[in-house]
Each structure stands twice: as C-alpha cells, then as structure tokens.
Design a protein around this ligand. Structure first.
Ligand code: MV4
Length: 493
C-alpha cells in the first residue's frame, strides 16, 4: 500500500492522513466545493474536488470516489466514519475495482447492518442478549404473545435501524397494534425494509462498547471498553475509557463476547460492539459498528495503540503484532465532542465563522480538530468541529485536566459544547461514576451554563478592574519615584 484515498472530511480525514504519513504512505483527499480551504485538503499530498457541498453530491458519491482513486493511482480507500463507511455496496465496489478497502468485507457490514441477522449470528456464540426475538415479527398478535412472555414495557426496533433510529417503546397491550403498524411503515420509508423485532425495554441503562481488532487470519483482540452514556438524542457528548463501573471480570466477559460477535461475521479490521449494561452490571449485546468510531481516541490513549495504523496493517493482510495478554489499561482518558451547538438553546446547531480559535495545549491533551481560525462552519455536515481528548493517570486527574483544557480552549464566533462539558464532568453523578444514559435528561438545565457565563463575565470584570488598578498604581509609582516620594508612603495612602 503506497497511496491511500481518504473518503471523508474534517478531523477524521486529517486523523487518518497523519498516520498514513507516519507510515510513509501518500494520501489523496477528495473534497466538496464547501471544503476547498479545509486543513485536510491542504494536508493531503493530492486533493480532488468531487462535487457540490451536499454529501449526496460529493462524499456519498461512491462512483466518483473510486474513479478518483484510480486516476490518482491510489491503491486503497479509507472511509473514516459516517458517509460510506458502513455501506456494504461501497466496500464491495472498492474491492471489485481492484482496490483495498480499509475496513471490513461487504459480508460483515451487511450481516451486522441487519440487526436481526446480527442477533442470530451472535446467539450461536452465546453472546448475552436482552430477552426478546431474533426473528422478524409479522403481526400484532405475535407481538402481544411475546410481550406477555417478557413483560411490558417492550421496544420495537427496526432490523435495518441502529444507533437509535427506528425504535419505539410500548408500555401496554393497548398501544401495541398501533405502534407495530407505525414502526413497520416508518422502517419501510426510512430504510426500505419493514422488518422489526422486539426486545424487553431496559430503562436507564449504561451504554458501554468494546473496541476490537481482527486480522484476516482469524486473530482477534479487544482494546477494552468505552463508556458512552453521556449522550443526548443518540448523539454522544462525552466518552471515556475505561468505564468507572466495570470490574476486571465483567470487562473480560464483555471483551470476549465482543470478540465472539466479530468472529460470528468473519470480521476483520477495527470494530466496536455495543452493549447495554443494567444497574446490576448484566450486559446485553445491542449492535456492532463496523467502522472506526469518533470516540476511538480514548481507546488509543489508554492502550498506546494507533487504531488507524492497525487498520492499515490489517487491510494489507498482516497479522496482528500483539495478543490479548500484551494489552494493559494505562491511566484514564476522557473525550469531549466540541460541537457547533448551543447547549443553552436545546443544542441547536450553530453555524457561523470561527472568529477566534485557539485549542488548548500541554501535558496529556490531544485535540483532533478539522477547522482553523477564520473558517466558516458549513451547514451541510456534522456540527462536530473538534474532539478534546485528555489522558491522565487517574479518572479524577483526567477530569481536572479536561476542565483545565476547556478553560484554555478559546473559541469565538459560534456557540459550542465546551462549557456544557465542563459542567457535566464536575457534577456529582459524573464524578462518582453513578450515571446512565438518562444523565442529561435527569440533571442538565440550561440555566447552569447561563450561571457559568455570568460568573465568567464577573471574573472578567473583576480582572479588568484589577488590571486597571494595577496600571494606575504603576503609573503612580513611576510618578512617585520621579517626585522623590517613596513607594512605602504611596502604599499607605
Ligand atoms: C435499547 C434500550 C433499552 N432496551 N434496547 C439506542 C441506540 C441503539 N443502539 C439501541 N438503543 C437502545 N436500545 C433495549 N432493549 C435503550 C436504548 C437507548 C440507548 C442506548 C444506548 C445509549 C443511549 C440510549 C438512549 C436511549 C435509548
């Protein structure tokens, strides 16, 4: 592999190119008309514009991207996350074009993309699952029978859904028929597939996922867990590794279950298996994400492993160069997604210009960002502008480090989730590790940030006053020494 085309934009495109560069692999960027001046376009050895701003006309154009790969002599394509990364057809088209897809086979993507097929495959390996069905449910009568067996509330999930899309909670028998009908018609229009299944609804669970790597020779390792419970409308905001609630035994059991899921679909590459964890630390397989995830960095920080490097080596056909016994958790890592959103206004996306942009620095701080000062945040794509990642010896130190880094982070021109993050990690439930997926709903009020801003303004006003007084004193001192009066006398006044 000599040249990789990165079929993505922003921070993840840069992230992939950095590792490629370290490995002596040249890079090709593809970009939309809105992204002409983005850092990832400049960073690449070559860059080709593939179309107008909307993703459907640029970053989702599999045909164009493969054509550019051929024209530029790239021998591999890295899809990043989002866009075409979990598109089985794309993985296949890349392979059919004689190129290497830096990711899993179309077979694995397709199998894990169907939540019903994924559950059926995982079940054969005794992976724990929420009580429910591994078969599509056709009728309301069938659903009622199952619901009576497992007990309400239940969840109806679309087989082609995932990431929270196409889910419906049903509280009682009376609601069921109507909800079934709506779930199926919604699934059909959203995914072109009306297959749905049923699970017992687990209220207020934790969301914990296992990072894994598998090579093309059947070797697998898990790189421990990420705690992703701090999320809002299925959008994660804070991730950490390790989770503060797992014991070594449960960690090992979850890791081995995750590897079993990967084995069940002949997986190779970097992947993530999502689990629900209830208050008694029972864990249940939810779904597998067949890509590199946004939050992969926290796993890199605690293991010292570059996941993109491993992806590339696996795609080249190499064997994993380490085994499970070689992997140890080192310290604690936190990630805050810095999004152009206004937490005081329902996290509404905020577009505009990055009038000022100064990321934090110093020990244990990693910022994966995709924009520079002076740039406009386009409305066409994900509002995430950066990931603020910290690493420290202990969880408490990582929290302190994240707060310090947030204080150093200087962004003007758009609203961001920075102050929300500082509030969140300082709350009692977060500090004690006693939180679940309802954390934001349960504890967050926009007023907390307004208070924070008011405090910051007060500090700024005080500081301005202090500077003014100090300057005046200095002037007075200078005048005094000219007059021959001593400082001692001035200070007494
Ligand atoms: C669930 C659940 C409760 N019970 N399944 C949401 C994302 C998708 N991967 C599955 N999801 C859920 N599945 C059962 N049987 C609750 C959720 C869920 C959730 C899961 C992880 C993180 C945040 C969440 C927020 C709401 C619902």
């Amino acid at each position: 592999m000599q040249k990789i085309l990165v079929a993505n934009r922003g921070e993840i495109a840069l992230r992939v190119m950095r590792t490629a560069k370290e490995m002596g692999i040249r890079t090709v960027a593809v970009y939309s008309e809105a992204d002409r001046n983005m850092p990832f376009v400049r960073y690449a050895d070559e860059a080709v514009c593939i179309g107008p701003a909307p993703s459907s006309q640029s970053y989702l154009r599999a045909d164009k991207i493969i054509q550019v790969a051929k024209e530029t002599g790239a021998d591999a394509i890295h899809p990043g996350y989002g866009f075409l990364s979990e598109n089985a057809g794309f993985s296949k088209a890349v392979a059919d074009a004689g190129l290497i897809f830096v990711g899993p086979s179309a077979y694995s993507i397709e199998m894990m993309g169907s939540k019903i097929a994924a559950k059926q495959a995982a079940k054969k390996f005794n992976v724990p699952m929420v009580p429910g069905t591994e078969e599509p449910i056709q009728s309301a009568e069938e659903a009622i029978g199952i619901a009576k067996r497992i007990g309400f509330p239940i969840l109806i999930k679309a087989s082609a859904g995932g990431g929270g899309k196409g889910m419906r909670v049903v509280n009682n028998e009376e609601e069921l028929e109507e909800q079934m009908r709506m779930a199926k018609s919604e699934a059909l229009s959203a995914f072109g597939d009306d297959a749905v299944f049923i699970e017992k609804y687990v209220g207020a669970p934790r969301h914990i996922e296992i990072q894994l790597l598998g090579d093309q020779h059947g070797n697998y390792v898990y790189l421990f867990e990420r705690e992703c419970s701090v999320q809002r409308r299925h959008q994660k905001l804070i991730e950490e590794a390790p989770s503060s609630c797992l014991t070594p035994d449960i960690r090992k059991a979850m890791g081995e279950s995750a590897v079993a899921v990967a084995r069940s679909c002949n997986y190779h590459g970097a992947g993530t298996v999502e689990f629900l964890v209830d208050e008694n630390l029972n864990f249940y397989f939810l779904e597998m994400n067949t890509r590199l995830q946004v939050e992969h960095c926290v796993s890199e920080m605690i293991t010292g492993i570059d996941l993109v490097r491993e992806q590339i080596n696996i795609a080249r056909g190499e064997k994993l160069s380490f085994s499970q016994a070689d992997l140890k958790i080192n310290g604690h890592s936190l990630e805050l997604r810095v999004c152009a959103e206004d937490p005081m206004n329902n996290f509404l996306p905020d577009t505009g210009r990055l009038e000022m942009y100064q990321p934090p620095k110093g020990p244990g701080v990693r910022v994966d960002d995709g924009y520079e000062q002076g740039q406009d945040i386009p409305i066409f794509y994900d509002p995430m502008i950066a990931k603020l990642v910290v690493h420290a010896e202990t969880r408490d130190q990582a929290i302190e480090r994240l707060c310090r880094a947030i204080d150093e982070y200087y962004i003007k021109g758009i609203q961001t989730t920075l102050q929300f993050g500082k509030w969140a990690v300082q709350t009692e439930p977060f500090r004690t590790g006693n939180f679940d997926t309802k954390f934001i709903d349960k504890y967050f009020k926009p007023e907390y940030l307004q208070q924070e801003n008011a405090d910051a303004e007060k500090v700024a006003a005080l500081l301005a006053g202090f500077v003014w007084t100090k300057e005046r004193k200095q002037t007075a001192t200078a005048q005094a020494s000219q007059n021959g009066t001593s400082n001692w006398k001035l200070k007494r006044k």
